[in-house]
Design a protein around this ligand. Sequence first.
Ligand code: CA
Length: 723
Amino acid sequence: MKLMRWAASAGLLLSAGMLANCSQIFGGEGEGITTAMLVGADGDSANWISHGRTYSEQRYSPLDGVNRENVGDLGLAWFADMDTARGQEATPLVMDGKLYLTTAWSKVKAFDAATGAKLWEYDPKVPGETAVKACCDTVNRGLAAWGDKLFLGTLDGRLVALDRETGAVAWEKVTVDQSKSYTITGAPRVIDGKVIIGNGGAEFGVRGYVAAYSADNGEELWRFYTVPEGGDAKDQPAYLQKAAETWNMDVLGASEAIGGGGTVWDSMAYDPELDLLYIGVGNGSPWNRAYRSPGADGTGEGDNLYLSSIVAIRPSTGEYVWHYQTTPGETWDYTATQHIILADMEIEGKPRKVLMQAPKNGFFYVIDRETGKFISAKPYVSVNWASGIDPKTGRPIENPETRVDKTGKPALVTPGALGGHNWHPMAYHPGEKLVYIPAFEAGMMYAPEADWKPDTARGFNVGFNLGAGDVPADEGFRKQVAGTLKGRLVAWDPVAQKARWTVEHPGPWNGGLLATGGGLVFQGTTGSEFNAYDAGTGKKLWSFAAQTGVVAPPITYTVGGEQYVAVLAGWGGAYALSVDGDLIKRKAPVRNISRLLVFKLGGKVALPAEPALAALPLDPPPSKAAPQVIALGQAKYGRYCAVCHAPGAVGSTVLPDLRRAGSLESAQAWNAVVEGGILKDNGMASFAGSLSKDEIEAIRAYVIHRANEDKALEGAAKKVARR
Ligand code: CA
């Protein structure tokens, strides 16, 4: 019944073209955002009312005021500096000439979309120490709109409804067990008055789910778990009983650390005709299947449904409809939470309703979105964990050498844990019939840890030896490893399953994408540029010096007939925090200046002068600790520190470089931070309970040791330069 109402209203609006200029629909007397508006969002080019612009999440705008011919005249119309200096990953929403966005630390800001005048702001006051529960920075990817409200998921797991006019809190609801390491970084979606949001935490032992809440009052309406509860499955829903056959149910849930994972931390899409909500499901927790779901011989066993799967569910009830698992028996952090795009296209002479995804595992998938049946998949980056996908079964043909269990040899696997594509949204241009993928290459060493013990209070709980892949302080070696890191924009033909064109970037972790009716593709880069490319050829047509890495996806909208392009600049996220910052900087000297940039044709505003990129001198105290103390420090650093402060203590490109920390000089000062938690409001929580005083001091000894190694390396480089 409801479906018919939606379809009818959407059809009416679309066929009448009533939404072509519908800014009068918003505000004042209207009922605000409705189902008809969300279903018909494609016809409303002035606004951007949903995360991926439309329920199909194509991130394609038909606007063509800015186009191939005139994009050279694009200039800054206004900008706004943000009050956080962490990763900025949000897609703004635009309604009736007002722009709403989220920033790091789950803050919300509203601006006049034409002038940049600030209208209101909201700070949910997420406790700083929540940062330690987040795998991948304190980011937030955006809002959802419904009626007169906006909906925000906060890092500490709340769903907050804000009055769109004033930013006042209408209601808020805690959606997670806050005693566990659940976080929310994704944007909610709203379907027929139900606000849908998942969460993250699969590096920390949680059990993943997505849930729906009433837009009116936050009441939980349904919850869909992606993995079964351990133990006996007979009282669980049928789809979880089926999943239970693919798990070691005795081990699952037996410890706080083996929650299974499968978090739904980002992608969703919705087909109103089929009335199916598609969710992308994340990696296993812990990563290493041999610990998560061991077989009789101690190695990992089972597909572990619904990890790394795309699942179709009924949004009114949360009922399971179908699933497709991209990585059975996931063990490499190969999430299928990456952006999902819905489109209709002709394949082998037949019209098909498809769903497309480029998950972390390196294959680009085209799936029948009615049935979940596999259509095709081909690698969009270098892949060594599988040689292909069997077209009959839809299962990967795995390379056994890349599956690391509790013992045995480490394996260098491509893609690595960051994937061949991460959360950065793709875009689909229906005219060019191309999907634009922000792809990259960053392999990873997966090393076994024979006697892994979980710690659910703090630190990464993944079941591998994370310190084993540190790149040594050897100039030739470091240069070589840096050379393997690659970033590119790939224009992918989903029917032919191959790239039509490719643009190489300085390094991995480039921005999300926007495609437009003006024949343009917009993307920010790790090279601190914001660029426009010809959607058909990849030719760079325009470039703006953004002074900072840009990872967020752009949007476009109109106010008073003038087209604007907006992007939230500001470097950060998993790559920026967890990859060796020296290697990142060798590719491009990237840093964070968090700032909303808004462009229009003829825009003449200039940014303030770029601040100098100055590093403090490397001046550590002498390294005097015994080798076994340094080794202990290295192991503990790898487990507890590396994911935010970068492996090898080389410093990330966002958070403090510990080799240059003032507290390195003093055991007391160091302990006051690590055990005492005096910097917890900045995000540096206390590690008391997880690390002993001796271990904390061993970490200091290790960082001092590393700082001295790198100082010697710098000295050697200077000597070479002088010669
Ligand atoms: Ca993960």
